[in-house]
Structure formats: C-alpha cells, structure tokens
Design a protein around this ligand. Structure first.
Ligand SMILES: [Fe+2]
Ligand SMILES: [Fe+2]
Length: 225
C-alpha cells in the first residue's frame, strides 16, 4: 500500500473514532496545503506530503493523550508501518515538548498550522452565522487576547508558529481562514453541523478558493471520487 493521502486517512480513521479530531486533522491538512502553496510549492506530490503531515499529526492522540505518549507513540507506529522519515519528523515537530527541532519549511508549517486552525474554528462557532467565511482577521486577533475564550488553545504555540514560519500573524490568520473556507461544510463551519466523516470514502481535499487547480485534482483524485 502506498504511503499516500488515502493511507493517511485510513490510519487516522483506525486510531481516531472521534469526529472532532477527524475534523481537526482535515482542518490542519487544509492549512498545510495552503501554506505550501503560499511559498510557491507546486509539485502535487510535495503538497500532498505537507497535507499528510497535517492529517496525521494527532492520529495517536485519542489513544495516547498524555505528553509521555502522544507524538512518541505516533512516530513509532508510523516507523513500524514504513512511513517516510519526512512525514515522521513532520509529525514529531508539531509539539514543543518533543524537543524535535523544526528545520525544514514543512516542519515549521505544522507548528504554524496546528493550533491556529483550531482557534479560527472556535472563532467561527461563536458567530451568529457559524460560518468561517464571515470571520474577519481582526476578530481572530482580538479573541486571541481574551484568556477565557477557547482556553485550551495555547496562544504561545500560535505566536511562535507565526514567528518560525516567518509571516506576520495577521497574514497567517488570513491564510488559515481561507484554507478552512475551502472545506467549511465538512468542518461544520458553513452554518450547519458537519456530516459524519466515515472511515470510507476518503474525504476529498478542499480546492483553493476561487482557483480550482484542475491538474492537481486529477493527480490527487486517485483512490477516491
Ligand atoms: Fe498534538
Ligand atoms: Fe493538533
């Protein structure tokens, strides 16, 4: 079995029955792909790898939620199952406590993507419309200063993520918002609750808003419709 997006979804589904965590994986994947494009990456295989790291970064979390296990067990399992080192390192780089240095652009991207993707979703869900498309960048920045709002999201990850990625925070927030809009319905961020994300079929990737890259659809569309 190739170590591609479909395999990543299958592994996620195997370890993660929880729907919110599956949605989080898709959300971080969408951000990773957008981050890749924002730095001029155009090779579909490379963009897919960035997305796969987003999909898999928390795949072990539901089963192994403690800092002693989460990430470590995931990396172990990925290694046992023959995933490429670039994916394993990418997954390992998403939490400070692993001490794994973020060297490559993709490793910096996962830190920039992870907490902020969750945070903008929380910002959408408190709006009357419950639509991510209605969330302005400024309101995300304002919410970040409210300690009581989305308490579980560690702001220091978001700030450091933007710093390491090298993009001013408002710009990064704008990019993350755009990435979520492309798959808003699947994330429950289009004004209605999300439909169940089953093990199969593999959910399709979101297309960049306003510019559907046809060739990429053809390449990445393999294995699912
Ligand atoms: Fe995590
Ligand atoms: Fe995460």
């Amino acid at each position: 079995m190739p170590h591609d997006r479909a395999a990543a979804w299958a592994l996620l589904a195997e370890f993660t029955p929880s729907q919110p965590l599956r949605r989080h994986a898709l959300s971080v994947e969408a951000t990773m792909r957008e981050l890749a494009r924002s730095r001029g990456l155009s090779d579909p295989a490379e963009i897919e790898t960035w997305g796969v790291v987003g999909l898999l970064h928390d795949f072990d979390y539901e089963r192994f939620p403690t800092e002693a296990d989460h990430v470590w067990r995931g990396m172990e399992i990925l290694r046992e199952r023959g995933w490429p080192e670039v994916v394993i390192r990418g997954v390992g780089a998403h939490a400070f406590y692993t001490g794994i240095e973020r060297v490559t652009l993709m490793e910096k991207a996962i830190l920039a993507a992870d907490e902020l993707s969750g945070f903008v979703s929380a910002c959408a869900l408190v709006r009357p419309s419950k639509k991510i498309a209605d969330v302005p960048v400024e309101s995300v920045l304002k919410r970040m200063k409210e300690k009581a709002f989305a308490r579980s999201v560690d702001r220091s990850y978001i700030v450091r993520g933007a710093e390491e990625w090298g993009t001013p925070l408002p710009e990064l927030v704008g990019l993350v918002l755009r990435a979520q809009v492309a798959i808003a319905a699947r994330l429950g961020l289009e004004g209605a609750p999300a439909a169940e994300l089953p093990d199969e079929p593999v959910p399709p990737v979101g297309q960049p808003v306003g510019q559907p890259p046809l060739s990429e659809t053809l390449v990445l569309g393999r294995g699912y419709t």
